[in-house]
Design a protein around this ligand. Structure first.
Ligand code: GDP
Ligand code: MG
Length: 209
């Protein structure tokens, strides 16, 4: 498989313990549910190349690995999945704190998608879709309900977040070269930079024959 990509984005997965962060990462990378038996393995990191619009983007995703590494964990992230559990109001109430930490410790420009996980447990729901989408709107977050169990909207969450970052790069709102942007150019993009199309020679546009 080719390792060639245009951009590398550093991503974080944040939110209260038990909301399904590790399972979301596992589902995205492995395309299956991480069952209890391999709980101890604890994936802390995963990477995957995805195609977004016409670009290949490598996502380098960090899962929270203990509170002690809390602050350095945030540094230089381009995007984040902010996760709560739709069956737990407590995890939803904690979002404001997670959000201010992310914006303060990562970057003001970090692109965040809110994920209401465990969508499959609708019968036990404590947080409505409408309520969470209002919160997302007020805080300029994208929003999806996901299920790490069924896989619903898991890939979409990562792709939507990456797409928004790409849009911001293309519009000039994000500068990949800024320190701590969480963005790097990949081989494919560097090749393009090294061999820019030659400028059209002046005055040779019209054929003289
Ligand atoms: P973390 O602490 O945020 O990393 O959460 P985990 O990924 O370890 O998941 C916590 C618990 O929720 C585990 O028992 C998972 O099996 C369960 N879980 C995670 N995602 C889902 C989901 O989408 N649906 C259901 N029904 N259970 C989930
Ligand atoms: Mg975990």
């Amino acid at each position: 498989m080719s390792e060639s990509y245009d951009f590398l984005f550093k991503f974080l997965v944040i939110g209260n313990a038990g909301t399904g962060k590790s399972c979301l990462l596992h589902q995205f990378i492995e395309k299956r549910f991480k069952d209890e038996s391999n709980h101890t393995i604890g994936v802390e990191f995963g990477s995957k190349i995805i195609s977004v619009v016409n670009k290949m983007v490598k996502l380098q995703i960090w899962d929270t690995a203990g509170q002690e590494r809390f602050r350095s964990y945030y540094r230089g992230a381009a995007g984040a999945l902010l996760v709560y559990d739709i069956t737990s109001r407590e995890t939803y109430n904690a979002l404001t704190t997670w959000l201010s930490d992310a914006r303060m410790l990562a970057s003001q420009n970090i692109v965040i998608i809110l994920c209401g996980n465990k969508k499959d447990l609708d019968a036990d729901r404590e947080v409505t879709f409408l309520e969470a989408s209002r919160f997302a709107q007020e805080n300029e977050l994208m929003f999806l309900e996901t299920s790490a169990l069924t896989g619903e909207n898991v890939e979409e969450a990562f792709v939507q977040c990456a797409r928004k970052i790409l849009n911001k790069i293309e519009s000039g709102e994000l500068d990949p070269e800024r320190m701590g942007s969480g963005i790097q150019y990949g081989d494919a993009a560097l090749r393009q930079l090294r061999s820019p199309r030659r400028a059209q020679p002046q005055g040779t546009q019209e054929c003289g024959c």
